[in-house]
Design a protein around this ligand. Sequence first.
Ligand code: NAD
Ligand code: MG
Length: 394
Amino acid sequence: MTAVQHITVLGATGSIGLSTLDVIARHPDRYQVFALTGFSRIAELEALCVKHKPRYAVVPDAVVAHQLQVSLRAAGLVTEVLHGAQSLCEVAAHADVDVVMAAIVGAAGLPPTLAAAEAGKKVLLANKEALVMSGALFMQAVKRGGAVLLPIDSEHNAIFQCLPGDYARGLQQVGVRRVLLTASGGPFREMPLDQLHAVTPEQACAHPNWSMGRKISVDSASMMNKGLELIEACWLFDASPAQIEVVVHPQSVIHSLVDYVDGSVLAQLGNPDMRTPISHALAWPERIDSGVAPLDLFAIARLDFQVPDEQRFPCLRLAREAAQAGGTAPAMLNAANEVAVAAFLERRIRFPEIASIIEHVLQAEPAVALECLDTVLVADGQARNLAERWLAQR
Ligand code: NAD
Ligand code: MG
């Protein structure tokens, strides 16, 4: 039996954070929580601290930190409450941490995820935006720090499980012909195109198969999620965009596939429950119970596959173009998307305008080479400004 692993959960109050803590609670002999972080829903963070007794909790500002500290002391806890973005990096890179679950949503997760990679942690990557933005820089940090990077995104975790252990030699070298990235198609897969302008945030967040945070739910509805995942897969598996094919599979039972030159196609299947990839990555290379029910193939009965419709889902095309352009294009795509999704959730724009904003931003500012983290942050800021200006002039 291996020693107890100390874990920092970045974004503990979110959908992935809660699923992670559910798995951890099933294995107190293996895992101990070192730090929990939350940006909102502080009452829930407090309850998580009472349950998991972390050494540190991290919140956004000093006022919230003071209030939480007082409550936790009253509850008899020795948890120390820290605040601010720098503290996120500190609990991710702390010498006593073995594993970091990177489950903050969006660009805000980049600095602490990068800090965990530089510090050589076992990094469980849910925060796909961090890798999309910083691409090569992130992968270099993983190498430099000696970190172990394991994908939590269900598709990438599936691909990882279907690849041989030495895939880092190169996909061609290990006989891979294509990677087949599955997509559910989201709640609007079959909606008449002329009705898309009237869909509400509630409809967009009602995913047919997965229960997730609001931002990724909207991304799934626009298929930008698949676009971000295409870019994520290119970096994780050193693939070109042309080696990755998106396959719409409405049942979300096959989480992705790898097609080999001999005609073998390996797939990973399971119920759509993120506790499976989380447990896989936590225990890797071992296996542990996740609490997920066994797959009932008789109840599922059939599996369907379709070609993605890029007219319905222009975000997928935009992401593929950004992947091909390289440099700062994916960071700009991601930033414009974050602004657009927030505006849609605030009912400031209609659903099809998400793609319009992103296309405008990508056309307005040419991509440049990724030199350092500053290049990424400048591109991110420029794209946000351009998107906000588009919104203001609308
Ligand atoms: P969520 O909205 O449920 O949770 C996000 C977490 O990030 C919360 O704890 C929140 O407090 C924290 N957070 C938000 N803004 C922050 C900020 N500015 N600074 C610090 N913390 C902040 O999101 P989620 O669905 O759990 O997704 C988390 C990440 O995992 C996303 O990148 C998403 O794409 C990825 N992911 C999620 C799923 C899923 O099933 N939910 C699947 C695959 C990948
Ligand atoms: Mg996914």
